[in-house]
Design a protein around this ligand. Structure first.
Ligand SMILES: C=C(O[C@@H]1C=C(C(=O)O)C=C[C@H]1O)C(=O)O
Length: 364
């Protein structure tokens, strides 16, 4: 048993360490301000995802514990966010409204010191950045259960913005309502992707209930906050914002449910040493054209992590192929592969090279 005196001593030691931490944090902030002075003054140069990725990778590799990796990451997210804010306060548009998973992902990536602005649609997220009203935009691109978010792929093709970073968030859905009672539920509101991710649970537990598609999980929570007979499938954050309580927690069919989000901006991200590149291309309707295109990827010993096709929208039955490959477009093999792929394609556009995400479970 620790005596009162020993307890006092332990707390005094903690106070002394906190003083050191505070002094070190301020020293770090001073250095970040100095680094900021070396940047050209263009606001879009202040946030450097490649450098941030290197910092996290090193700290997580060196972490001796007992502080868990997830906590180290959360603490340094806020340290970096505060330092970056002293160089240049960042403004971020995200697919809103407030408390969507995109909002959670944005805060997880940019921390509490950035300023956030909800946008009503993915197109608006892009146009806010294009018009220079915000520095960066965040939009969902792919869910591990439901597949790609087509609209984001289409916006990337049309826009001059680049993918600067990706964010990967563990997603958990809760059934939430005003009363928390399952027997009073007549309707369930949510985003179609969220409903699809909970389909088996809904079929089994609420087979008679009407399912209503809504533009976002957060908007579903808002609607339900005015209706005693309905429930929303949403995040805990969205439910709390609208005073809902959980009816049943964690109702998604697959426990390993992740969503990837992209950060779009006017800058190209430098190499971090552990990167991915997203590319879109189109091909002629000739025998073996896709085969010959993809042969290039394997010839340069590159791992492809995703392939997706989308209608070109220019002509019926013509397609755009979206691929993600490992490596940065400044890597020798990736750059040569993209040159050759370009020669074999009708059209090719590099959507961005960016550090591979470190998955987070903050959306759970
Ligand atoms: C300090 C810098 O600027 C920003 C802040 C960082 C930090 O606080 O460590 C890291 C990268 C940048 O987003 C830098 O570029 O090194």
């Amino acid at each position: 048993m620790t005596t009162g005196k020993e307890l006092d001593n332990l707390r005094q030691s903690i106070d002394a360490i906190d003083d050191q931490l505070l002094a070190l944090l301020n020293q770090r902030a001073e250095l970040a301000i100095q680094v900021g002075k070396y940047k050209s003054g263009n606001p879009s140069e202040f946030y450097v995802p490649s450098r941030e990725k290197q910092i996290y990778t090193r700290l997580l590799r060196e972490n001796p514990g007992p502080v868990p990796d997830e906590a180290v990451r959360a603490i340094f997210r806020e340290v970096i966010s505060a330092c970056l804010n002293l160089e240049q306060p960042l403004t971020i548009a995200y697919l809103g409204p407030e408390a969507t998973f995109t909002h959670i992902a944005s805060m997880e990536h940019f921390g509490q010191s950035a300023r956030y602005q909800p946008s009503p649609s993915i197109r608006d997220v892009f146009s806010e950045v294009e018009r220079g009203r915000v520095h960066y935009g965040v939009a969902p691109i792919e869910n591990s259960t439901e597949g790609v978010v087509n609209y984001t792929l289409d916006c990337l093709v049309d826009s001059d913005l680049s993918i600067c970073a990706e964010i990967e968030l563990g997603i958990t859905h809760h059934l939430m309502s005003l009363s928390g009672k399952i027997e009073s539920i007549r309707r369930v509101y949510s985003h179609p992707h969220a409903i699809a991710q909970c389909r088996q649970w809904l079929d089994l537990n609420l087979p008679e209930v009407e399912l209503v598609d809504i533009t976002s999980t957060a908007r579903a929570a808002e609607i339900v906050s005015h209706d005693e007979t309905s429930a929303a499938i949403c995040s805990e954050l969205a439910g709390k914002l609208y005073s809902l309580v959980p009816v049943v927690r964690k109702i998604e069919d697959k426990t390993n449910n992740f969503t990837r989000f992209i950060v779009v901006g006017n800058t190209r991200t430098k190499k971090s040493g552990n990167d991915k590149t997203s590319v879109v291309f189109s091909l002629s309707h000739a025998v073996g054209s896709l085969y010959h295109a993809l042969e290039v990827i394997s010839r340069f010993d590159i791992n492809m992590t995703k392939i997706e096709s989308r209608p070109s929208k220019m002509k019926a039955w013509e397609y755009l192929f979206h691929i993600d490959i490992e490596g940065h477009c400044d890597d020798e093999n990736v750059s040569q592969a993209l040159d050759l792929l370009g020669q074999r394609s009708l059209f090719l556009k590099v959507l961005g090279s960016y550090p591979k995400s470190i998955p987070s479970r903050k959306g759970e």
